[in-house]
Design a binder for this molecule. Sequence first.
Ligand code: SF4
Ligand code: SF4
Length: 439
Amino acid sequence: MKLSHYVKTYPYREKPGYLLFFSTKRASKILLPEETFQDIENNTLSPFDQALLSKLGMIVEDTEKEKQEVLGFFDSINEKNRGLNIIAALNLDCNFACQYCFEGEIKGDLYMSNMTAELLTDFIRQKFTSSKKSLLVGFYGGEPLLSIGLIRSISRSLNCFIETRDASYSFTLVTNGSLFTRQAAEELVMLGLKSVQITLDGPPEIHNRTRPFMSGAGSFDTIINNIRQTCDIVKINISGNFEKHNYEQFVDLLDLMDDEGLTPDRISSVKFAPVMKRPEGTASPADFNDGCMTINEPWLVKAEKLLRGEILRRGYYTPKLAPMPCAVEITDSYVVNFDGNIYKCPAFIGNQDFAVGNLETGIRDYDTSHGLDIWKNRECRECRYLPLCFGGCRYMTFVRAGNIDSVDCKKDYFDASLETLIKQDTMQIKRTSAGINAS
Ligand code: SF4
Ligand code: SF4
């Protein structure tokens, strides 16, 4: 057996003579004595250690075969995928006037019609082939709760459809939280609502400035009250969009959440991300940054280390490091805009060059336009970070270059931050399951 090509090791100051092994392919980690390297090299691992390290993906029979398997990662998950994921942007309207809203130029009285909603459910029925077992729809906007009637009718129609199959239907909301009352939550949970993502842009003095109501009034108190009223019946994921000049104040938000009773046992997850840049003259949804890293600026590395550390220190859950495929590479994943145009990523909504089809005409070939396989170049093939990156975010490449002809390389970012992120994840493991040192 050999050391996996996708293992990174870091010294562990808290335990001299030990190294922290991390597999970028499996997102597994384990603390081992330094001499383990030699044992792997000399093939002198005990049968127990060999079995454990093999299970964690730290050692493999053949590293060339392993690299080939990683190259086939998306083929494999697309083949095995028993789910269909649809994001539906029900409108481009909003009752907020967020400062950084990317939809600014295209926002307005633009709603999905009943006819388009019917075409959407037809599209879903057609894509939900006999091998499919789970249907997940993410209702999105604008503000999706301004279209609550459509959420009801689409969900009722999909619940009826799913009843005819041995499968499940659930949905999520990305909402500004102002209309998410107890009454709305109770009704939507009955229709299949699984979780809600609500944005809080820092403590009230920042949030009320960046995310006011259309009237100019602050929205912070309304949102906090709604979260307090609903977090016992639905999973609430808190997100937040920080900027270079204000990220440090997001720590105050965590204290304030605690004061308001929004403690880690009541909140499903907390994740802060930078406001995403966009090219001049293009439009894209403001709240889409979930799971997507942006550029390698040093302040971002510093901001992420600080905020992730503070989130974990307080006992909130935040997503762990894991292979993070760009949705563009996932076949059964589509974003449908209010007008029926179909995209592969919400960040591209409204950019016609990146529409991959329409509910009436179907899906076109998008392999070239979306840079599928762009990461299968010599440098990425040899890169130990490949399973965490797969060429990065297509949208960020587009933001920088105006096209998707190259990768969005995160090497500098991983070099600067991976060790800290892994150690932060270790803190989370220790807290949830004392005594475990491998995952
Ligand atoms: S292009 Fe970027 S924002 Fe869009 S799904 Fe891929 S990683 Fe996420
Ligand atoms: S884009 Fe950069 S970080 Fe990502 S796999 Fe390629 S070389 Fe590695």
